[in-house]
Design a protein around this ligand. Structure first.
Ligand SMILES: C[S@@+](CC[C@H](N)C(=O)[O-])C[C@H]1O[C@@H](n2cnc3c(N)ncnc32)[C@H](O)[C@@H]1O
Length: 419
């Protein structure tokens, strides 16, 4: 039966121009590099087609929308298709760190949660969530998050990079060459910091380390990088899941964004536990950004149509659904899991789609939705016409609101919801 591809495109009149990536085997070994990889600024760009363990659907290549999920038999309405419990890279926005449980993302309309871990500054809704988080993080995770928290808090209270928050979202996205050059230019400082950490350091290398620590911190970017490095270190299987996702070769939405990542890299090189240093590399961080960009799900409040955007995360197994504005699959977050349920009866061979939109976007007109789904308004850009996922980046959303492009939505409580 012929697959029904791009239902939304027709509904919205979108002119999507998404290139098809051929599935190829994974080429990125998970093991730590033998030596610091500061001169490697490449990312792994291959994807493979996973085989889900279900008789309900299969993932297949489509002519013009990459891989997609197709029903392999008739499925009744309200059938649970899959449960994604493989949260890997994720960020809980700093502004919400006292209000959202770091384990199950419970949120009670802005109430500060009762249990706080003093070294990481994370809060929990219950002792069991706290214990579960600690067990999953392990000693190395606690050490890494403690080090990041110290950096974010700074000696004189909270540090914020003003430029980062205020950047114009319409600035051009860095090209792949810009990205390679930025990471390359961080490499000599990185080498010095590594030498200083190894204790074989003349004064100049110790200075490099001190300089990295004096730079302004962007806590949410730092958290993204810590999370990525920990996934790469602790969960080879989940990291492979990340590698399997469709990459965005231009994941940084501005030069300020790119600089925040290279700076976070140097800062983390200066403070993370020794064991994590072999994976604290441009390759890890570029790979993480490139996969996160089109594959993250927003983590939102469960009430008020998800008006509170707490953060975002990658659930590798959930990232093969394409977007439709008339989806036949609905998604529900239950704690750290996503559940996908068929909304109406589907026939064998039908494409199973979710909506990438949420909150206010669901009630937007087609023009507004089309704008939200476009990666770029520049037809020359490879992002042009590409549907973008939720967060696409919380960083961008925060800036959009701070620039007042959504009048009345200023302030972090009113970040415009995207999914
Ligand atoms: C989360 S991934 C979905 C799975 C993806 N197609 C793959 O091959 O892995 C999101 C990406 O899929 C593509 N996509 C999703 N929905 C689409 C649609 N309705 N039409 C065309 N491309 C779509 C876009 O490239 C988007 O960036």
């Amino acid at each position: 039966m012929a697959p029904s591809i791009l239902p939304t495109t027709h509904l919205l009149g979108l002119d999507l121009t998404v290139s098809v990536r051929q599935p190829t085997p994974l080429d990125f070994p998970i093991s730590a590099p033998a030596s610091p990889a500061d001169s490697q600024v490449s990312m792994s760009t291959t994807t493979t087609t996973s085989t889900p363990a279900t008789s309900l659907y299969a993932i297949r290549q489509t002519p013009n929308a990459g891989r997609a999920v197709f029903a392999t038999r008739r499925i009744e309405a309200n059938t649970l298709l899959s449960t994604a419990n493989d949260l890997s890279i994720n960020v809980l926005l700093r502004d919400y760190r006292k209000e959202v449980c770091a384990q199950c993302f419970f949120y009670d309309r802005g109430t500060t949660l009762p249990l706080r871990n003093s070294s990481t500054n994370l809060v929990f809704c219950s002792p069991s969530c706290q214990q579960e988080w600690l067990a999953q993080a392990g000693d190395i995770g606690v050490q890494a998050w403690t080090a990041a928290e110290k950096l974010s808090k700074g000696k004189s209270g909270e540090q914020r990079d003003g430029d980062y928050d205020m950047v114009d979202p319409h600035l051009p996205r860095p090209t792949t060459q810009d990205i390679a050059a930025a990471w390359e230019s961080a490499s000599s400082l990185a080498t010095q910091i590594r030498l200083a950490r190894a204790g074989t350091s003349p004064k100049s290398t110790r200075k490099a380390l001190a300089a990295a620590l004096r730079e302004a911190v962007v806590p949410d970017v730092l958290a993204f990088c810590v999370s990525a490095i920990l996934v790469a270190y602790q969960s080879p299987e989940r990291w492979r899941g990340i590698l399997d996702l469709v990459p965005d070769e231009r994941p940084y939405h501005s030069f300020v964004d790119l600089a925040a990542f290279t700076r976070s890299y140097l800062q983390l090189l200066a403070v993370l536990p020794d064991k994590l240093l072999p994976l604290t590399t441009p390759e890890t961080l570029i790979t993480a950004s490139s996969r996160d960009s089109h594959n993250s799900f927003g983590i939102r409040s469960l009430e008020d149509e998800g008006s509170e955007f707490f953060g975002y995360g990658c659930w590798g197994s959930a990232s093969f659904f394409n977007h439709s504005c008339g989806p036949n699959v609905r998604k529900e977050r239950v704690g750290r899991e996503w559940r996908f349920l068929v909304d109406r009866m589907v026939e064998e061979g039908e494409e199973l789609c979710i909506s990438y939109l949420s909150g206010e976007e669901r009630t937007m007109g087609s023009v507004g939705r089309r704008e939200r789904l476009r990666g770029s308004e520049d037809p020359a850009s490879p992002q042009y016409g590409r549907p973008q996922r939720a967060k696409l980046s919380q960083r961008r959303l925060i800036r959009v609101t701070s620039l007042g492009l959504f009048p009345g939505l200023e302030g972090r409580k009113m970040v415009p919801p995207l999914e």
